[in-house]
Design a protein around this ligand. Structure first.
Ligand SMILES: [Ca+2]
Ligand SMILES: [Ca+2]
Length: 92
């Protein structure tokens, strides 16, 4: 019984994490750095950006939303833009 409850809790935690990290809309985010389009730049966006860090156009992990200056690569300059907008909120 305890194992079942633990498994359910783990599944719920995993599901909520996936929901928080998934992109809500495919279009360009309104706030640079709001990669999941939820209207706030926070740690979830930083996690998504870090997954694309070092990638260039055509790479499997390249995320155009993480390429905030649209230069075809996700690098420190994109991370700086995310950091500058960290905590900002805006329309979804
Ligand atoms: Ca966000
Ligand atoms: Ca870039």
């Amino acid at each position: 019984m305890k194992k079942t409850v633990v498994l359910i809790l783990v599944a719920l935690c995993a599901a909520s994490t996936i929901m928080a990290l998934r992109p809500i809309r495919p279009a360009k985010a309104l706030i640079p750095g709001d990669l999941n389009g939820d209207g706030v730049v926070n740690i979830n966006d930083a996690i998504l950006a870090s997954a694309a860090f070092g990638s260039v156009t055509g790479d499997l992990n390249y995320n155009p939303l993480a390429d905030m200056n649209s230069d075809g690569k996700v690098d420190i300059f994109d991370m700086l833009m995310l950091a500058m907008n960290f905590g900002r909120t805006g329309p979804v």
